[in-house]
Structure formats: structure tokens, C-alpha cells
Ligand binder design. Structure first.
Ligand SMILES: *Cc1c(COP(=O)(O)O)cnc(C)c1O
Length: 362
């Protein structure tokens, strides 16, 4: 096998190695199918079992009740920005927490389908922090409140849901889905593009409280209608079968190999602490983007003293097998994405590299 880098890319992102190995093993002939999982009908018994397992694993990981359904939708998280607004904003008013770049995109998309209020905005502060509950300006008539649980670009994360005073809470959890135990009963709708924490790109996992389906307006395009997708168990058309298969494997890995979300959360916290400690002990050589209270345990955004030094850092890191560390162009600098599948050894290798780089370029 050719060597694999430690891949710190924000997404599509690193997947668990045992999952890739199993997919490789089953690639030509999925057990019981006599063909690749990509080559069989999405309505076959074999695939229906794969779909069922993916849903059941997620349900078990989150301890979800039957009041919710799980959908696999085309178009990633970006499609959800519009789809949820077509289904639930639909000419009304909704509150959005404007906490970073992805929240901006969600707002821009939803604005086409109704009135979007910003219940709080961190834009003037360059999105370095999240609001306290007391700072939220909520509209009692809002159809829902939308927030981004982890801002992938700025590296800030809600480790507790905002208090939205009983309003229906909608969440873009693309870059921190299944990174910690989550009480789904606090949410009305939660969605995640698969390619950060749960599988390959092109699909979103949507968790939806079933009573919301009664609010879906008539005559939406069928693929953009949650009721149609729910009534057809995500099989209204041919879904991305391979992606759903991979989501099944990643969620099984979380359950059986990692041992559930409590364990995953502890591991994620340890990995993040390693990196943030290195930043904090560097005496300003490395500077984190986020305020310490709101630091993300998934995306660690940091800068060095100059753009020139950052270029050197990134080039040498890549040469050392530590790839994907370039920050998003809107923030600049560096970003280490350390999702569930990034092993602790990868983070340790990055920390060792950072210490050595500072020593030789201090
Ligand atoms: C990556 C990302 C998206 C966009 O996901 P796509 O699948 O590319 O549409 C949306 N929100 C967040 C928080 C993300 O990290």
C-alpha cells in the first residue's frame, strides 16, 4: 500500500482506516450480493438492510426516540440551507444565529424563502466567539431558530445548545455530527453534510421530528419535500447508495470499535487539548483564532507571525506527511481539522512538528 498522510483537511476529510479497509475488502463483492454495493438495486433486500443499519446505528448512537426520522438527502448541507427554508420558512420569519461563514450561507439561502432575522451576529467581531444565551434577541413569532453547532472555518463550537426558549431548534451540525453525546429531543431538525464526520461527500444526514412533516407545504418539488422523502424512506429516487453504505460502516465503527459517543467525545477532547496546549504554551508564536471558551474540538484555526512563515509551515508540514492544514481563505493561516476519524497519533505528530518548527524558526 502506498503511504497515507495524516490528513487534516476540513472536508472531504479523513475516514477511519478500518472502515476504508473493510470497504476495500467488500468492494468487488458485497456479502450476499455477488456484486459491488454500487452495482445493485437500491430497492434490493441487500441494500435495504444496509440502509436500515445506517439509520439504526445513528439512532442507537444518539439514543433517539421514535418521534424522529432519519433521512439521507442529496445535495449535501448546502442543499439543506434552501430545503429547510422551502419546507418550514415558506413566507414566514425565522431567527438565525449569525456565528460564522456557514451561518452566513444558511442565511443567504433561507432569505429567498421568507424573512430571516439575525438573533445575534458575531460578524463585527470577526466571528471569534459565540453568543451567550442572554445576548440572543429572539422573535416570539419565529417559525424556528437556526444555528451552526460548529463553524468549520472559524473553529468555534457550541458544546451546549443555545437556549431558544422552547422554539423549534434547527441545526447545521455538518462538521461536528456525532462528535459528542447529543440530546436530540432538544432539536426539531438537525442536518449534516456527510463528508466531515460520517462518510463521503454529496449527501446530508437529516434528523427530523416527525410532527414537522405536517407543516410541509403542498406542491414542493418532490426531492425537496421532506414528507416525500420520509414517506419513501429516502428512496423516492436512487440515493447515493455507496455513501449510505459508508455511513453505515462509519457509524458501526463508532458503536463497536470506539464504543459510543461518550468515548468519542473524550478522545476528541484529548486530541483538541493537545493542540490548544501547544498553541497556548508557544508564547504567542502560534495564535488561535477563537476565544478560548468557544474553541472547537473539531477545527483548530491558528496563525503564525507572518504569511511568509505560514507558507513555510504549510510546505514543510505537507512534506512531513501532515496535509490539508491550510486555513480557509477568509480567515487565512492554518487550520487543523481533527474530526472523529483523526487518530491521536496524527495530532501528536502535528504537535511534534509544531514544536520543532518553532524551535528552528523562532
Ligand atoms: C462543509 C459544511 C457545509 C457545506 O457542506 P456541503 O456538503 O458541501 O454542502 C455546511 N455547513 C457546515 C458547518 C460545513 O462545515
Amino acid at each position: 500500500m502506498s503511504t497515507r498522510n495524516y490528513n487534516f483537511s476540513a472536508g472531504p476529510a479523513t475516514l477511519p482506516l478500518p472502515v476504508l479497509e473493510q470497504a476495500k475488502e467488500e468492494f468487488l463483492s458485497y456479502p450476499g450480493a455477488g456484486a459491488s454495493i454500487m452495482e445493485i438495486s437500491h430497492r434490493s433486500k441487500v441494500f435495504l438492510k444496509v440502509l436500515e443499519e445506517a439509520k439504526n446505528n445513528i439512532k442507537e448512537l444518539l439514543g433517539m426516540s421514535d418521534d424522529y426520522c432519519i433521512l439521507f438527502t442529496p445535495g449535501g448541507a448546502t442543499m439543506q440551507f434552501s430545503m429547510l427554508a422551502m419546507n418550514f420558512l415558506n413566507g414566514k420569519t425565522a431567527d438565525y444565529l449569525h456565528v460564522g461563514s456557514w451561518a452566513s450561507k444558511a442565511i443567504e439561502s433561507a432569505s429567498r424563502f421568507g424573512t430571516v432575522r439575525k438573533a445575534w451576529s458575531g460578524k463585527a467581531e470577526n466571528f471569534v466567539r459565540l453568543p451567550k444565551d442572554s445576548e440572543l434577541d429572539l422573535d416570539p413569532n419565529a417559525a424556528y431558530v437556526h444555528f451552526t453547532s460548529n463553524e468549520t472555518i472559524q473553529g468555534i463550537q457550541f458544546l451546549q445548545e443555545p437556549d431558544v426558549k422552547g422554539k423549534d431548534l434547527f441545526c447545521d451540525a455538518s462538521s461536528d455530527f456525532l462528535c459528542r453525546p447529543t440530546d436530540i429531543s432538544k432539536y426539531a431538525l438537525l442536518y449534516a453534510g456527510a463528508q466531515k464526520n460520517i462518510g463521503p461527500s454529496g449527501t446530508a444526514v437529516v434528523i427530523l421530528r416527525k410532527d414537522l412533516l405536517d407543516r410541509v407545504p403542498e406542491n414542493l418539488p418532490p426531492l425537496l419535500d421532506y414528507k416525500v422523502l420520509a414517506d419513501n424512506d429516502s428512496l423516492y429516487n436512487t440515493p447515493s447508495t455507496f455513501t449510505i453504505y459508508m455511513i453505515g460502516l462509519v457509524s458501526r465503527w463508532l458503536l463497536q470499535t470506539v464504543g459510543g459517543l461518550d468515548k468519542m467525545f473524550a478522545l476528541n477532547q484529548e486530541k483538541a487539548a493537545l493542540l490548544y496546549d501547544t498553541i497556548d504554551k508557544s508564547q504567542g508564536y502560534y495564535k488561535g483564532h477563537a476565544v478560548p471558551e468557544n474553541r472547537s474540538i473539531m477545527n483548530v484555526a491558528f496563525r503564525l507571525g507572518s504569511e511568509e512563515l505560514e507558507k513555510k509551515f504549510l510546505a514543510e508540514a505537507t512534506a512531513a506527511g501532515l496535509d490539508g492544514l491550510k486555513g480557509h481563505r477568509s480567515v487565512g493561516g492554518c487550520r487543523a481539522s481533527i474530526y472523529n476519524a483523526m487518530p491521536a497519533e496524527g495530532v501528536q505528530a502535528l504537535v511534534d512538528f509544531m514544536l520543532e518548527f518553532q524551535r528552528t524558526n523562532g
